[in-house]
Design a protein around this ligand. Sequence first.
Ligand SMILES: [Ca+2]
Length: 303
Amino acid sequence: MKIINKISIISGVILSGILILICIASCGKNETFDPVAYFTYETDGMNVVFTDGSLDASTYSWDFGDGTNSSEQNPSHTYSTGGKYTVTLNVAGKGGHDSASKNVSLTIPGKITIDGDFSDWDQITALVACDKDSGTPSLEIFKIYADDNNIYFYLKMASGYTDGVLDMMLDTDFDSTTGNHSWMWDAGCGVDYLIEGEIFSDKDAAMYKYTGQDGSGDWSWEEVVAAGSNLINAADPVTSDGTTKFEFSIPKELIINLSSTGIGVGLNLMNSSWSSVGILPSPEGGYTTADYNFANESLTVNL
Ligand SMILES: [Ca+2]
């Protein structure tokens, strides 16, 4: 009987061990983990692609921060406008639920980028030059565009002047009765400030305030923004087939006394010897500035 008891005890111990092992194995299989929410994202303009990286989750609920939602695991979403959005991913699994949030900042892509690629200017109305003196203008096409922060300029001109000087006559208060009516522009200019420099090579210029009498042709200017003040943001000029294209922008905050309505602009292109080789705009009947209206994005010439 003792032998039988021993066998029973040994059997019981072995059986218990087996049961414990089975229990450990089965308990492991049934154990649940709390889900951990995690995601990454990539932006392309207003479109954002979200990639889930959560652990132990089986359902997904995205709040894109603009009042829209998704239950996809890896959604993409196109926002209607720029801004800062708080995106939240809520996940749930057998072990519970979790959430993660990230701030997504989107910048509205501008119409014009200063990068030496001029294709974005195709959408902007051109002012075509006509040099009344030479009949073969060095300045051919002039375009302006403005957004909240910058005024953008595009020039198409004859090649050979990238070592030259550009004068920009600016009617910053958009009032033709104040400022200079120079010898170069016949009437209605009202030029309050002059930007001048070897802009193509230096990508820099200085700004001068007109100090003469309103409506006179005095050539009287005082420097108000020195060279080296980041007045000009330009890409390298691009020359091919006898023409040079050039684009640059000026921060609105550096243009003194800038009207909220628009700006008048006249251009005088000079060669490296400071001799004028092109004036723009030069409509028939006389030179004057071109008026760019910020609200309706129109460029017109005052005759
Ligand atoms: Ca003026």
